[in-house]
Design a protein around this ligand. Structure first.
Ligand SMILES: Nc1ncnc2c1ncn2[C@@H]1O[C@H](COP(=O)(O)OP(=O)(O)OP(=O)(O)O)[C@@H](O)[C@H]1O
Ligand code: SF4
Ligand SMILES: [Mg+2]
Length: 391
């Protein structure tokens, strides 16, 4: 008798039989092989050139799916994410831990750790400047060896922990100069140093020569984060992705770094994609806000719309859980329940088990994204009903 089959009915929830594990491994291997082949192919530029939907944008993420093929099953970390980053704007992405913020930004940089992690489908259209010529690349379709055209050059990233991003055995100057040498074939030792010093000045470092000659461990946390920002700026990027850039810093330094980022947007004449779980930072910094939940965008709009007219029950809960000085209560509101298991996502709204406004319709299909103003969108059945009743 087949022992595995015999145990299936009584097995604990989440437990996988040997047969199931083997079936997952087989399916994973097949998909990974196909996606790795696509990633490493040689392709003509025409294959990954694209068109923006709106010329006012610098980045358009369209129905992006990024998966991790694990032994337990497929983790759909980013599961159909779409949003735009307009030129000269700051877009804040917010949502609780594990909702897919970093995986979205790492997908844009093509830094998803393969072979387990893969961009599965979707478009990431970016308006790049090749010399003086504008070219729209679909980053998701670029062979990985072509990514040097934009990564670290047109799009730069600032990470959360500057100590782990800087190399401890090289001076700050050596690491900054390196960026010029990588991206500018005509760079000389003098021109690279001049650029590095200019950027250290730009990020408000008072004694740039001293910092240029220092090793990372000789600097404070705030100083290191300034250096990381200077490093991101050396190649004159047009989009900066900052993933929790101030989480490791104390509040005073945090405020200084945020001021610096705000200033830089004007100085570099570019855009910022700011990822954080801190609504206060979003309110201060962002022009547009994208709210993510369990790998999906559940609401997006201007900062005014999201803060003054939040519509999705999750966004409303997020606002309520923000600490305020004038609150009478001495306890913080928390949204009850947990995010569903990322391997077995339900077919209905992912927020259903935690939602106090859930109706009969919420057990049905996942809600469509509904447009409620030219810039405000929400994925919730309540508004689908309203739109129907009004129209
Ligand atoms: N290498 C990996 N293997 C499997 N799953 C992963 C991997 N990296 C990320 N994930 C999963 O992808 C999902 C999204 O992770 P992500 O790091 O994007 O979250 P986040 O929104 O940035 O959270 P945080 O606020 O904690 O930084 C999580 O469920 C996480 O467990
Ligand atoms: S669709 Fe239903 S369950 Fe989901 S957030 Fe809206 S009201 Fe709540
Ligand atoms: Mg993250």
């Amino acid at each position: 008798m087949n022992k595995e089959n015999n145990n299936t009915s009584s097995k604990p929830k989440g437990y996988l039989t040997g047969k199931e594990v083997r079936a997952i491994a087989k399916a994973n291997a097949k998909e990974i092989k196909r996606l790795e082949k696509y990633k490493n192919r040689n392709a003509d530029e025409a294959e990954f050139l694209s068109q923006l939907k709106n010329e006012e944008n610098i980045l358009e993420i369209d129905n992006l799916h990024t998966y991790f093929f694990t032994e337990q099953g497929v983790v759909k970390a980013v599961n159909g994410v779409s949003f735009d980053v307009p030129k000269n704007a700051t877009v804040g992405v917010v949502g609780e831990s594990g909702c897919g913020k970093s995986v979205t930004s790492m997908s844009v940089m093509r830094l998803i750790q393969g072979p387990q992690g893969q961009i599965y489908s979707g478009d990431i259209r970016f308006a790049a400047l090749d010399g003086n010529k504008k070219k729209v690349y679909d980053i998701a379709k670029m062979p990985i060896h072509e990514i040097h055209r934009i990564r670290g050059k047109e799009i730069a990233m600032i990470f959360q922990e500057p100590m782990t991003s800087l190399n401890p055995v090289f001076t700050i100057g050596q690491q900054l100069d390196e960026v010029s040498f990588i991206h500018n074939p005509e760079a000389t030792a003098e021109s690279a140093k001049a650029k590095s010093m200019e950027m250290l000045n730009l990020v408000g470092i008072a004694m740039p020569e001293r910092v240029y000659n220092a090793f990372p461990h000789e600097l404070s946390g705030g100083m290191r984060q300034r250096v990381m920002i200077a490093m991101a700026l050396v190649s004159n990027p047009r989009l900066i992705i900052a993933d929790e850039p101030t989480t490791a810093l104390d509040v005073t330094i945090q405020a200084q770094i945020l001021d610096l980022l705000r200033d830089l947007k004007t100085k570099i004449d570019g855009s910022i994609l700011l990822i954080t779980h801190d609504l206060g930072i979003i309110a201060e910094m962002a022009d547009y806000v994208v709210v993510m939940y369990a790998g999906r965008v559940i609401e997006k709009g201007t900062v005014d719309e999201i803060f003054h007219n939040p519509m999705h029950p999750y966004t409303i809960g997020l606002q309520k859980s923000k600490p305020t000085l004038d609150s009478d209560s001495d306890t913080l509101y928390n949204i009850p329940g947990n995010v569903p298991n990322p391997i077995n996502m339900p077919n209905h709204c992912y927020f259903k088990e935690r939602c106090s406004r859930c109706t009969a319709k919420c057990g049905g299909e996942y809600p469509d994204m509904i447009q409620v103003s030219p810039t405000h969108f929400v994925a919730c059945h309540i508004y689908g009903e309203e739109a129907k009743n009004n129209g």
